[in-house]
Each structure stands twice: as structure tokens, then as C-alpha cells.
Design a protein around this ligand. Structure first.
Ligand code: SDX
Length: 429
């Protein structure tokens, strides 16, 4: 971080303070306000609309230009030319792997795809119709109980093995969650498959039949995982960082990230998009629905973003993937997809959405692709969590590796009662 400029804050009582302005490699400069406490004051920024919570070298978003880079590589190039495990290596280690590193990393992840057999018993505590995200929060958090030999977060080797275990086991747990919900038996990982083939195998195979993955559908799911792998300091990643800043173990931190991701304003939006499209029901009712959105009766799920004030670059790739998958499955005339395209076209032309810079985000099309792949709506955010696990773990690892790390502890603007004395019961009104 370079520090070349200064911001001077002058208060109405004449006091002033000089605050360094810091520049990163890309993106806006930031005002370092850490010295502000010398004035006995701090900033007020609910929901962190104007606050950088950390410095990071992992992912960069240019919201105005609609650009997303993982370690400097544009998401479009990675989605087109890379694969998910290679992207995981890149996010975790900072560079694309060479041939030997790629083989070694895949081998390490493959060794950890199975879960302890006792872990399977946690599922029986859940109702069969429990929301899969509720199960994921519980079972991923329960991993903390199985690896006491490697929970010293200050030990780089423990951090690495925990990262590998999470990357390898979250897909297995996700597939078990789906099987538990459907009543079908769990499928053990098949390590001869690729990471994504294995995920589809564990979800869709049964002991009674040979399972042959469809390469085009595997490629589509691989692309979805790449697009969702990391995204700067979003709500769930910030949750993982805050949990990790207390020294909590990585399994518990990732479980907290899954909980935060579940919300419909965040990772739960892909499920909410499908529900919205199904409720609209027919393309002839889109115009009416959009009137309701402008009257603020409901939100246009899958649209808008805290950072992107242009089209989310992931949504563009997702729209193409959507078309490819529907074509492969001979579903080009899928009414839900047609409705989504119509809705997008109306929104992109309507002043209400243009002036609010509301564009489709990654969740607008991902649900349609996942549904076409045979994944039920309530499993959409689970797939998002499978993808984002590497982002959470990479960001957690970056934070823990920082020798200057401190526990996160925001302050508040207190609006409650001033000091007052206790009132005996008989004197209360
Ligand atoms: C993800 O942060 C990340 O990086 C997240 C994510 C990731 O990869 O981790 O990208 C994944 O979460 C994508 C976002 C998925 N969520 C949705 O699709 C849900 C629908 N979108 C919104 O709820 C909303 O757009 C947010 C939460 C995404 C962003 O909200 P902001 O930045 O807090 O904006 P806001 O709520 O202050 O809204 C600003 C204006 C308001 O209008 P006015 O009061 O000024 O008149 O825009 C309107 C809002 O009413 N608005 C919407 C809208 N989103 C904002 N109006 C209709 N439909 C919407 N979706």
C-alpha cells in the first residue's frame, strides 16, 4: 500500500487531524482513519457502504466497469479456459499452478473427499424436509469436532490441511445433504472422477445404476463454481473473516459463512429468482410484475448489487451458459428462460432500473442453469456454498497469515437511554 497523499479533517471546534490516503494496485484510494480515535471520535457507516474492512490481494471488482479479477485474471478468461480446481489453487496460493503443482494439488484434494463415517449420523437429527442450507450449517460446523490434531490456526501446515479438507469435503457433505433430502442412499466419492464430475456423481448416481457424467453439463457446473468462487468482502466472506479474527477454527468460520450466504439478499437470491419467475408464471405477466417492483411491492430478485453499477460480468457468462445447457437439453423454449430474457430486456430499457443502476447479477441466471441440470431450487445456495468455500478459506488464510491481524470489533452510535437509576417494582407505573 502506497501512502502519498493526506486528507485533513477539520472539526467545527477548530481541531483537525491529518489522515493518510492509501492507494492499492487497482481501485479507489482509501482514507486511513485509524488515527481518528485521537479525536475521541470514530466513523459511522452502517452496512459498510463506504468502508474497506481490510486490505486483500485475492479478488478485485470494478463495479462501474463491470469487471472481476481473481488474482488479476479476468473472470471471463478463467470461466472460458480454466477449471475449478485450478482456480482454487490460484485463489489459495496466488498464482496459476504449473503442471506438477496442478497434479499434486488435485491429488491432495482427492485424498480428502471422504468424510468420517460418524459424520453421517448428524443427518439423522434433521427432518427429511429440512432446508438443505440448515443441514449444511450444522454438518460443516460439526467438522470442527473431528480434526483436533490440526486446529492451530497459527501453524501454516494446519491451515493448509484444513483448507484442503474443507475444499474436498464440502462437496461430499453437499451431496449427502441432497441425498438425505431425497431419501436416496449416500454415494461415496469416486476419485477417478474430476472434482465436478464427482459432485454430480455423488448427487445424481444411485448404487443400482452406472453413472456416466454428461461432459457439457459437467462443464456448465464447473463454470458456475468458477464464477461463484470468490467476490471480495461480501457479506458471507466478511462473516468468515470476523469469525476467524477471534481465532475460531476454519470449519466453524466456514459454517458461519454458509449461514450468512443463506439470506435472499445474498446467496439465497438464486433460489428467490426461481420462486419469483415461477410466481410470475407467464411472460405475458412480466410487465405487470415490473410495475409492482417500481411501486416497491417487491424486489426484482437477481437484480442490483452493492458494488456492480453495471452488468455483473458473471451474469453475462451465466446467460451464455444458460443458453448452452438449455440447447444441450433441447429446452431452448423453456418458458422460465424466456421469461428471464424478457424481464432482463424490460429492466435494461426502463428508466427506474437504469437510474438506480440495477443490472442482472450472477444469481439472475444461475438458478435457471442449476434447475436445468436437475438440481432442485432449495439446493441452489448449497451449490453456491460449495463454490464459495475456496473463497472463504483463501480470505480466512490471508487474514490469519497477517502478523498484524486483530480481532474485529466495530463500534456503534449509541441512541439508547442515558444513565438512570433502578426503579423498584412497586414504584413502576
Ligand atoms: C450476491 O456482495 C456481493 O458480492 C454478493 C455476491 C457475491 O458473489 O458474494 O455478488 C452475491 O449476493 C448478489 C446479489 C444477490 N441479491 C439479489 O439479487 C437480491 C435483490 N437485490 C437486492 O436486494 C439489492 O440490490 C442488493 C442487496 C443486492 C444490494 O442492495 P443495496 O446496494 O443495499 O441497494 P439498496 O437496497 O440501498 O437499493 C438502492 C435502490 C433502492 O431504491 P430507492 O429506495 O433509492 O428508491 O435500488 C432499489 C432500492 O429499492 N433496489 C431494488 C433492487 N435492488 C435495489 N429495487 C428493486 N429490485 C431490486 N433487486
Amino acid at each position: 500500500m502506497e501512502n502519498k497523499r493526506i486528507a485533513t479533517l477539520t472539526l467545527d471546534d477548530g481541531r483537525s487531524i491529518e489522515l493518510p490516503i492509501l492507494s492499492g494496485t487497482l481501485g479507489p484510494d482509501v482514507i486511513d482513519i485509524r488515527a481518528l480515535s485521537k479525536l475521541g471520535m470514530f466513523t459511522y457507516d452502517p452496512a459498510f457502504l463506504s468502508t474497506a474492512s481490510c486490505s486483500s490481494s485475492i479478488t478485485f471488482i470494478d463495479g462501474d466497469a463491470g469487471q472481476l479479477y481473481y488474482r488479476g485474471y479476468p473472470i471471463e478468461q478463467l470461466a472460458e479456459r480454466s477449471n475449478f480446481l485450478e482456480v482454487c489453487y490460484l485463489l489459495l496460493h496466488g498464482e496459476l499452478p504449473n503442471a506438477a503443482q496442478k497434479v499434486e494439488f488435485k491429488g491432495k484434494v482427492t485424498q480428502h473427499t471422504m468424510v468420517h463415517d460418524q459424520l453421517a449420523r448428524f443427518f439423522n437429527g434433521f427432518r427429511r424436509d429440512a432446508h438443505p442450507m440448515a443441514v449444511m450449517v450444522g454438518v460443516v460446523g460439526a467438522l470442527s469436532a473431528f480434526y483436533h490434531d490440526s486446529l492451530d490456526i497459527n501453524n501454516p501446515a494446519h491451515r493448509e490441511i484444513s483448507a484442503l479438507r474443507l475444499l474436498a469435503k464440502v462437496p461430499t457433505i453437499a451431496a449427502m445433504t441432497y441425498k438425505y433430502y431425497t431419501g436416496f442412499p449416500f454415494m461415496y466419492p469416486k476419485n477417478s472422477f474430476s472434482y465436478v464430475e464427482n459432485l454430480m456423481y455423488m448427487m445424481f448416481a444411485t448404487p443400482a445404476e452406472e453413472y456416466v457424467p454428461n461432459p457439457k453439463l459437467v462443464r456448465a457446473l464447473e463454470r458456475i463454481l468458477i464464477l461463484h468462487a470468490d467476490h471480495e468482502q461480501n457479506a458471507s466472506t466478511s462473516t468468515v473473516r470476523l469469525a476467524g479474527s477471534s481465532g475460531a477454527n476454519p470449519f466453524a468460520c466456514v459454517s458461519s459463512g454458509i449461514a450468512a450466504l443463506w439470506g435472499p439478499a445474498h446467496g439465497g437470491a438464486n433460489e428467490a429468482v426461481l420462486k419469483m419467475l415461477e410466481e410470475i408464471g407467464d411472460v405475458s405477466r412480466v410487465a405487470d410484475f415490473m410495475k409492482g417492483v417500481k411501486d416497491k411491492k417487491y424486489r426484482l430478485m437477481g437484480f442490483g448489487h452493492r458494488v456492480y453499477k453495471n452488468m455483473d460480468p458473471r451474469a453475462k457468462v451465466m446467460r451464455e451458459t444458460c443458453y448452452e445447457v438449455l440447447q444441450e437439453l433441447k429446452l431452448e423454449n423453456d418458458p422460465i428462460f424466456k421469461m428471464a430474457l424478457e424481464l432482463e430486456q424490460i429492466a435494461l430499457r426502463d428508466e427506474y432500473f437504469i437510474e438506480r443502476k440495477l443490472y442482472p447479477n450472477v444469481d439472475f441466471y444461475s438458478g435457471i442453469v442449476l434447475r436445468a441440470l436437475g438440481i432442485p431450487t432449495n439446493m441452489f445456495t448449497v451449490i453456491f456454498a460449495v463454490a464459495r468455500t475456496i473463497g472463504w478459506v483463501s480470505q480466512w488464510n490471508e487474514m490469519i497469515s497477517d502478523s498484524e491481524r486483530k480481532i474485529g470489533r466495530p463500534r456503534q452510535l449509541y441512541q439508547g437511554a442515558a444513565k438512570r437509576d433502578y426503579v423498584a417494582l412497586e414504584q413502576r407505573k
